[in-house]
Design a protein around this ligand. Structure first.
Ligand SMILES: NC(=O)c1ccc[n+]([C@@H]2O[C@H](COP(=O)([O-])OP(=O)(O)OC[C@H]3O[C@@H](n4cnc5c(N)ncnc54)[C@H](OP(=O)(O)O)[C@@H]3O)[C@@H](O)[C@H]2O)c1
Length: 269
């Protein structure tokens, strides 16, 4: 399939990744949270069956990892149950479902994770996202689940912007140096999504190349960061020590440092 000749529906269109997907799929039907609440089963199924897309891309999710610990019901509703409603509608009309998941479905006890590795989330967000994956796989054969990590992009709250702000507000910015992952630029991920639609159903690990700690990531953004441990800087949700996704299925994307340079240049314009 070629982008432009297929009818595509994007859910979560105003989110960080959703906004970049809208640029890659300009002709798609684009729905924001205001347009359609994906937890409304009846409306989701009715809408998808009415417009009959060839491909549904779900970028809607409840993404605040720490808030998920207190808001478990909403987290499971949006990240766990809603994907099954979307998958049901896709199955009924034989559409492809592209859905995004996370490195946080793993517990971090292994240094790198391939697509087939055993999941074991250690926080509510990861548990709810894993439920979403499982519901989709149970409901439709035509799924592409894209696990990704540490997203930054133009249209959303992200680590890069937070570092730039804190760097101005504080003399030094403490950042954890004992959690390892792969930063990923949403503009790159959105382009790769178009490729994945044409591949076989399954789970894909898609990130920019290269791995680092949050501190190493911060050091590429600002000059006044200092390293600390996760024990020193506790958060409501536990995070895996290692959440490095290894892609074994598709050509890799550029290094995160190159993607970051482009993002920083473009965000100054
Ligand atoms: N951000 C990361 O670092 C990261 C890492 C790994 C995986 N992911 C996954 O990548 C995907 C995209 O993440 P993102 O960072 O782009 O997320 P985001 O910026 O938080 O966007 C999510 C979008 O979903 C919408 N939404 C929330 N609840 C909804 C509902 N009930 N019905 C319809 N829309 C709803 C939000 O709208 P409102 O804001 O108006 O509620 C928002 O526009 C998600 O599946 C996420 O789990 C993200």
């Amino acid at each position: 399939m070629v982008v432009g000749t297929i009818k595509t529906l994007i859910l979560g269109a105003s989110g960080m990744l959703g906004s970049d997907l809208c640029r890659v799929f300009p002709d798609a039907v684009k729905l924001t949270h205001k347009d359609l609440d994906i937890t409304d089963r009846t409306k989701v199924i009715e809408f998808i069956k009415r417009i009959k897309p060839d491909v549904v891309i779900n970028a809607a999710a409840y993404t605040n990892v720490d808030v998920c610990e207190d808001e478990q019901e909403i987290a499971f509703e949006v990240n766990g149950h809603a994907p099954s409603y979307i998958a049901q509608a896709c199955s009924d009309i034989d559409a492809i479902l592209v859905h995004f998941s996370t490195d946080y479905v793993f517990d971090g006890s292994k240094k790198e994770y391939v697509e087939s590795d055993i999941t074991n989330p250690i926080n509510v967000y990861g548990q709810s996202k894993l439920m979403g994956e499982q519901e989709i796989i149970k409901t439709t054969d035509k799924y592409r689940i894209i696990r990704t990590s540490w997203l930054f992009g133009k249209n959303g709250k992200n680590f890069v912007d937070t570092m730039l702000r804190l760097s101005k507000e504080m003399e030094t910015v403490k950042v954890v140096n004992d959690q390892f992952g792969k930063p990923t630029y949403t503009a790159d991920l959105a382009c790769k999504t178009a490729e994945i639609i044409n591949l076989d159903p399954g789970i894909y690990h898609i990130t920019n190349e290269g791995q680092c700690t949050w501190y190493e990531f911060a050091s590429e953004i600002i000059n006044n960061t200092i390293p600390c441990s996760s024990e020193e800087l506790t958060t409501k949700a536990k995070r895996p020590t290692y959440s490095i996704l290894t892609n074994t299925k598709i050509t890799s994307m550029r290094h995160w440092k190159n993607a970051l340079k482009e993002y920083l240049k473009e965000s100054q314009l």
